[in-house]
Design a binder for this molecule. Sequence first.
Ligand code: TYM
Length: 344
Amino acid sequence: MPDAPQPVFPKRIFSGIQPSGGLTLGNYLGALKRFVEAQDNGIETVYCIVDLHAITVWQEPAKLRHATRELAAGFIAAGIDPARSILFNQSQVPAHAELAWIFNCVARMGWLRRMTQFKDKAGKHAEEASVGLFAYPNLMAADILAYHATHVPVGEDQKQHLELTRDIAIKFNHDYGVNFFPVVEPVIEGAATRVMSLRDGTKKMSKSDPSDQSRINLTDDSDTIAQKFRKARTDPEPLPETLDGLAERPEARNLVNIYAALGDTTPEAVIAQFGGQGFGTFKPALADLAVAKLSPINAEMSRLMQDVAEIDRILGDGAERAHAIAEPVLRDTREIVGLIRSRR
Ligand code: TYM
């Protein structure tokens, strides 16, 4: 029998960021900046600080609390308006963990074994990795599907997890003979879907890289940002006259992409402006642009962090609104699965 047509789910955006360490330029360009654009386009937006994901690897409790609040400050400083978007931390809404358990029973071992991020993170020590780290993509599927979200803006590195989310929705719907969960669309767009390390253009810029020189942190001051771009690894050639000339030059390509994303322009336009010029000209221009864009965010984050009670209030309010959306979805899910709820 052909599958019944998908019901039309109203467009709703969901995305999340882990509060493990600080925000990097990769998080900002690949995710946060685009979250703000989605909010400003008038679409319903739900943004989550995924603290339950963070504890899949060891987190010092006091540091986790600080990182959660600092990330909330980062969202707001970057332009997320808690009145227009729902902004909250995951653990305040129990629906995430409950739905994740149900999805643990939908997803197959083989699906999770294929996840490259688990292999990268667990490395040679897979036997010592937490069970949570292995099951992490099921929690991510639950985050998204508890809101019947339809669109998920992320960086390139999350693509495989979103494919798994789609597979879970399809299998759940198929197994229970329903059209209940939407099959989500990954939204991986723009010039900076994969910002690379400043030390190695073949590696992703990451908060877990041992070298602080490899990344720009949103908490870096202007001098540090300028110094990191000045020292960024490049080759000795000037920038090419056409984009094709960047194909075999990962470090140069990365800096051009960063410039384009920060300046709300395209890599083509950056090459049209700087083609033929050396890094002695381009790097200072990039550093100036980055400082102009990032230092107001940095300053606003510090200001917001002066009042953590207000941040906690915002997260609590967001969690109430998130719960109001997720709880009816969970109620229907329990009903579909055959879990009795007779408690009053
Ligand atoms: P996380 O916390 O590692 O990263 C948050 C977001 O930043 C993007 N990103 C990058 N984009 C471009 N270049 C980079 N170098 C770079 N580094 C990070 C990530 O792609 C991501 O969009 N599993 C997720 C968090 C998560 C989530 C979700 C996301 C949990 N539940 C539900 C979407 C929907 C993660 O670890 O992201």
